[in-house]
Design a protein around this ligand. Structure first.
Ligand code: ADP
Ligand code: MG
Ligand code: MG
Length: 251
């Protein structure tokens, strides 16, 4: 599904290299987690995959189902099935949540050469998804993320994911902002969207989120590289011993 090969990334504005040869292969239906100390490049990886400005890829490649991602515009990546739940979801005053979702979905359908959904069909779809995810219909009418609590923003992210039906979901969570309820929301949402084909990359600083979202594979990232890959037990090892032992191993 997602194949990242020897990815090197620097900041566009300064000579600061952030990713120093990242390799990652996520198969269909797999859930991978990336953990690692602050500043190791986890968020940068998700930003580069989504096509955010400010980064320069100096070497390597990344593909989604064989299609080269790094040459696509951000909208093309979304249409190809990539979804990134942002660390700090943006507020869009004046744009209703429904309108935002419908515009996003129809833009993706159009880019794939599919017919746009009518207002009625969209309403039906979004109500059905909201119901499954136990999301209050009121939230659909409010401006995107404006005045949403942390939990509501998370709920909204999950709803976006459910409506857009991406193939590859990337969730970058600064767990500091996730209380127990929000964590349960995110994990229930992710688990509800797991269907054996859709893949997930869950970026997290702490192990506790992975108690709820059982990953197939856990990667440890440090200083711009993946330094260790293992099963769920690797997350527990980090929880118990911190990163120091792992960092020492690779030095
Ligand atoms: P993580 O998500 O693992 O905490 P980040 O990807 O946010 O790490 O950051 C990796 C490193 O790159 C850090 O040292 C950070 O300060 C630096 N960095 C990332 N983006 C920028 C930027 N736009 N300007 C300056 N430094 C940046
Ligand atoms: Mg950070
Ligand atoms: Mg980060």
């Amino acid at each position: 599904m997602l194949n990242i090969n020897n990815l090197h990334v620097k900041l566009e504005e300064e000579d600061k290299v952030i990713l120093k040869g990242v390799n990652l292969n996520i198969g269909p239906g797999e859930v991978h987690a990336i953990m690692g100390p602050n500043g190791s490049g986890k968020s940068t990886l998700s930003y580069v995959l989504s096509g955010r400005d400010g980064y320069e890829v100096t070497d390597g490649s990344a593909s989604l189902e064989g299609a080269e991602l790094l040459e696509m515009e951000p909208e093309e990546r979304a249409a190809a099935g990539l979804f990134l739940a942002f660390q700090y979801p943006v507020e869009i005053p004046g744009v209703g949540n429904m309108t935002f979702l419908r515009t996003a979905l129809n833009a993706q359908r159009k880019a794939r050469g599919e017919e746009e959904l009518s207002a009625g069909d969209f309403l039906k779809l979004v109500r059905e998804k909201a119901k499954t995810l136990k999301i209050d219909a009121d939230m659909l009418k409010r401006p995107v993320n404006v005045g949403f609590s942390g939990g509501e923003k998370k709920r909204n992210e999950i709803l976006q994911m459910a409506v857009l039906e991406p193939k590859m979901c990337i969730l970058d969570e600064t767990d500091s902002g996730l209380d127990v309820d929000a964590m349960k929301l995110v994990s229930d949402g992710v688990n509800a969207l797991r269907d054996g084909k859709r893949s997930f990359l869950v970026i997290t600083h702490y192990q506790r989120l992975l108690d709820h979202i059982k990953p197939d594979v856990v990667h440890i990232m440090a200083a711009g590289r993946i330094i260790k890959t293992g099963g769920p037990e690797l997350a527990l090892e980090v929880e118990n011993n911190g990163y120091a032992d792992l960092l020492a191993e690779v030095q």
